[in-house]
Design a protein. Structure first.
Length: 548
């Protein structure tokens, strides 16, 4: 099957991914948007509220005017194109909670760009009279309907895929783009819009995820048609119910409701309402929030084909349209992204740790030229085999070894899906590789341990691994490279890792680099990179320990 080439693969169809997709569609840029479409997400749970002042101090963000204009223009245009009312502009009410709130209101009225007016009235037919403030402009987006209608629009154009990528294994990086062999796709760039989901290339982003609970309930005699803000907000729904929320919980980072969240919302609602409360529905999701409360957008510092659009937090409905415009311009026109939005802005913090499997590929790729012969000494499930096949090209040759039929079968399927025709698979121990390979090789990859999702009692062993390493070294060309990823957490793994490291340190005219997991532990994986120096140059073994 012919591989499909696209300019952009968007991973995640929340607010960020959806708005970015619309921007690319309007720019005439080819893309696919991919989402697993399962379970609650922050975007699909969100109430979609937009207010000019937020928090207990009624904070006004300086970007609000620009964000409001971009959001209003974007959503009104899209609701016209989707033939559905989605964006409702309506003032919001903020009740005074403390005696100091009225004084704060008088001070805040002096800030331009938003209008604050005094408000008084009842929120329940027989309830007490409250004092407060009316905030404008304010609005609400029907987020779930917007996402569903957008999905249908993309699907009708053949631009939407339902799938759950397995990262990092499903992606193969190369200078020319990113390949996803299992989906038969090749993209110039991949943009991760995954919310709070973990990502191996942008590890730790977002860096402060926060779960929020929301209730749908009924209150007797509720009067306002506007959203009412107190210690919680109450948003009237067309069916007469009220959506109430939301909590902020940094201790439970799972998309599931918890009893404590329900109690917190009900306790807050009872502070300014009377009568019974009937709860109809309780939902929760994890917001992708950052400690500095700024979103994250831009490309990976080491992998310019990988981009991120994340960290929108609770203001995503307001900020996402303008941010999508900034990101699209950066990707297509090379314009700069403000420093306070870039993923590498966190000065003094540790850089995102790249998985050792990916680091092995990144180190080995520059040593392989089209037409080379290379070895995958332990094919496993075939991810490195596909990578080596792409590096050597149609004129090259990859020899893959594994003693387990399950590994050979799995790898053969992956190679077929990726259209790889330059690989020979051998179901035999890698200690016998010299019986098959006699020509010089420029690179070899070892992954020591057991087959993932296979029989964990079948493992690589020191005696066969050292035999294979000796045979590879005899075949290795000048400036050739060997990578050994040793998994040391299983029985026998630590002993094999120690034997391999001792052998590697003994090799002459080679340089050895040791990259530990983070945090480094005696049982955690470790990556060894052995580079052969030009034999005509008298080299002296050097060693670098640490992480790039």
């Amino acid at each position: 099957m012919t591989e499909t080439h696209i300019g952009n693969l968007i991973v995640g169809q929340g607010l960020a991914g959806t708005l970015l997709a619309w921007r690319l569609l309007d720019a005439g840029q080819p893309f696919r948007i991919l989402d697993r479409r399962s379970g609650p997400t922050a975007s699909r749970v969100a109430a979609g509220l937009v207010t000019p002042r937020t928090g207990r101090r009624m904070t006004f963000h300086p970007d609000f005017p620009d964000d409001w204009h971009a959001a209003r223009t974007c959503y009104t245009d899209l609701e016209r194109r989707l033939s559905r009312s989605l964006w409702t502009e309506q003032n919001a009410i903020r009740l005074f909670v403390r005696r100091s709130d009225e004084q704060m209101f008088l001070q805040q009225r002096a800030i331009p760009n938003t209008e604050l007016t005094a408000w008084s009235g009842r929120i329940q037919k027989n309830g007490p009279c409250f004092q407060g403030v009316c905030m404008q402009p304010a609005a609400r987006l029907n987020v779930r309907a917007f996402l569903d209608l957008s999905l249908d629009a993309f699907a009708d154009r053949g631009l939407w895929l339902q799938d759950d990528l397995q990262l990092p294994d499903d992606l193969v990086l190369s200078p020319g783009g990113v390949r996803i062999p299992r989906l038969n796709l090749h993209a110039e760039r991949v943009i991760f819009c995954q919310g709070a989901a973990s990502n191996p290339w942008f590890a730790g982003l977002p860096d402060h995820p926060c779960r929020g609970d929301i209730l749908n309930l009924s209150l007797e005699g509720f009067l306002p048609s506007e959203v009412v803000h107190h210690s919680m907000w109450l948003a009237p729904e067309p069916d007469g119910t009220i959506t109430a929320g939301a909590t902020y919980d940094w201790t439970v980072t799972e998309n599931r409701p918890v009893a404590a969240g329900r109690r917190e919302i009900l306790r807050s609602v009872r502070r300014f309402t009377e009568g019974p409360i009937r709860v109809h529905r309780h939902v929760a999701a994890v917001r992708p929030t950052m400690k500095d409360r700024r979103p994250v957008l831009g490309h990976h510092p080491q992998h310019p084909r990988l981009w991120i659009f994340n960290g929108l937090g609770s203001r995503g409905v307001l900020t996402a349209p303008r941010l999508a415009r900034i990101l699209t311009s950066a990707m297509l026109n090379g314009t700069d992204i403000p420093q306070d939005l870039r993923p590498d802005r966190r000065r003094g913090s540790a850089p995102s740790f790249v998985p050792l499997t990916r680091q092995a590929q990144d180190h080995i790729a520059p040593h392989i030229r089209p037409g080379d012969v290379v070895i995958d000494a332990t094919v496993g499930n075939g991810f490195d085999t596909v990578f080596l096949s792409a590096c050597t090209g149609p004129t090259g040759q990859v020899h893959g070894f594994d003693i387990q039929q399950q590994a050979i079968t799995s790898t053969a399927r992956r190679l077929e899906a990726a259209g790889c025709r330059n690989v020979r698979l051998h179901q035999r121990c890698h200690s016998e590789l010299s019986c098959v390979v006699q020509e010089p090789v420029s690179a070899a990859m070892f992954n020591l341990g057991y087959l993932p999702r296979g029989d964990h009692t079948v493992i690589t062993r020191p005696e066969t691994t050292l035999a294979a390493l000796n045979q590879v070294l005899d075949l290795l060309t000048n400036d050739g490279i060997i990578t050994v990823l040793a998994y040391r957490g299983h029985p026998g793994g630590a002993e094999e890792g120690a034997a391999v490291e001792s052998w590697l340190r003994e090799q002459k005219d080679c340089t050895l680099e040791v990259i530990s997991s983070r945090p480094p532990r005696s049982t955690s994986p470790v990556l060894y990179i052995l580079r052969r120096q030009n034999r005509s140059a008298a080299g002296r073994q050097t060693e670098q320990i640490g992480s790039p």
